[in-house]
Ligand binder design. Sequence first.
Ligand SMILES: NC(=O)c1ccc[n+]([C@@H]2O[C@H](COP(=O)([O-])OP(=O)(O)OC[C@H]3O[C@@H](n4cnc5c(N)ncnc54)[C@H](O)[C@@H]3O)[C@@H](O)[C@H]2O)c1
Length: 523
Amino acid sequence: MADEIRTVGVVGLGTMGAGIAEVFARSGLPVTALEIDDAALSRGRDTLRASTDRAVRKGKLTAEQAAQILDRITFTTDYAAMSGADLVVEAAPERMAIKRAVFTELDRVCPAHAILATNTSSLSVTEIAHQTTRPHRVVGMHFFNPAPVMKLVEVISTVVADRDAADTVVALCRRLGKTPVAVGDRPGFVANYLLLGYLNQAAWMVSDGYVSPADLDTAMHDGAGLPMGPLTLMDLIGLDTIVEILDVIHTYGGGSRRHACAPLLRQLVAAGRYGRKSGHGFFPYPKAGSGALADADPAAEPSATVPGTVAVLGDPAAAAALAGAGVTVRELSDVDKSALAGVDLVVVGAGADAATYAALGAATDAVLAIDSATEPLAAAGAASGQPGAVVGLHLVGELVEIARTVGTDDAAVAAARGLAEALGRRAIVVDERAGLVVEALLVPYLNDAIGMLASGYADADGIDHAMTLGCGYPEGPIAAVDRLGPAAVLAAARALHAESGEPSRAPSPLLAQLVAAGRGARG
Ligand SMILES: NC(=O)c1ccc[n+]([C@@H]2O[C@H](COP(=O)([O-])OP(=O)(O)OC[C@H]3O[C@@H](n4cnc5c(N)ncnc54)[C@H](O)[C@@H]3O)[C@@H](O)[C@H]2O)c1
């Protein structure tokens, strides 16, 4: 098992390889580190030294430990130096021709028992394995950036790999202090497949002109509680890298719309707007001192009018949130004309029927603000007989999503904005669409994760670890489905699928099964 691995090799000492060599050396393993030429070797050595120096400055390593780590690494440009390795991890550029050349060399020099691993993010491990005469000893070992910090390693086995090759690598990962997730060979594995589908859909939303980049990121930060909005995250990763990975997943992963690259992403890359590294992507990143980061597009929406008296019908959570924010709330159990006297805005919980809207429209001129991301708002407006007064007001996380129908008046939007202000939350204003922004981005991602679980590709812990440890999500998608309830996720997934007709949005049958069985994804 892992103790069979006594000496290791790393090929390519760029962003990933230098970090991987450091991880091995930190755990006490002797490492042979190979680069393509002397100049690259010297850059790799500098990267490693800079990283250990940083750790010393931060007090995470003593100077002596840092020196020992560097002493364990032998730097070379000669493949013959790999002849004693039990495991070699390749971290050369993401091009099949380069991987092919590297694996042919490794196969030639490494001992027959050696495991050859690739750190590829998206290429086929099976195809790489077949560049060698030992495909059964080739696996994927997918570290995350920065490798010394990130705990996740996806360990990929192929249909021809020896079981014990993957098991040995899994055990080694644990010895390195990492959390391995064992999966099969599919484009994007777990983390990139799920993450890129979500990121790409966010890019489509902006590409379609549905929401501004700033509002979209605000929505996912405040509404979904993510540490960073998807566009900011793409700018950080690099839009060129995003497009490359999407293209591979789309080509080899079944060609669904989820991973069909949004036109805007390609246009930004064509314009040299790669993200943070080029100074401009979705957002500009001015150099220090040359001005502040551009903020939200100035909203052309009517300004907020704080409503005086607010009634709430069938929405205890909204009533509690408003009362908690100091708003005077009149909670109604049914449509009562006298109780609605003097009310400026009525928050209506999800699930009210046409008769209720008709009764509300007859009883009051107040704004009718519907707290839902998936209810048909325009239909409610028609039923009320006051289409101008109906607006969506979806309270999600720390965000308010305000949705206009084709008939909503500016005054209704202004009142909804006022309520958001009274709640002390940021608001975005969009047109009516199933899921608005937060659920439209989150639910298909949760559905993809449930689909992955249903297919047996990865287990619940593996999927959740991939997203929390690999992508920094505060919660894994399987845990999120159980927290929200499979019934709520299924209902939203159905609404999204019904609106788009998009096959890749079809709810996973497992969701319906969980609802029928009255249980969560973890039992
Ligand atoms: N950067 C990331 O965030 C990240 C995360 C996970 C996985 N990966 C994967 O890791 C691999 C490396 O990515 P990276 O970002 O470190 O790339 P990089 O460009 O930073 O580093 C690649 C290194 O390989 C060297 N190299 C080029 N040709 C070579 C050859 N024929 N033989 C040996 N070395 C060669 C280069 O000199 C360079 O130092 C890719 O497969 C990538 O998909 C990258």
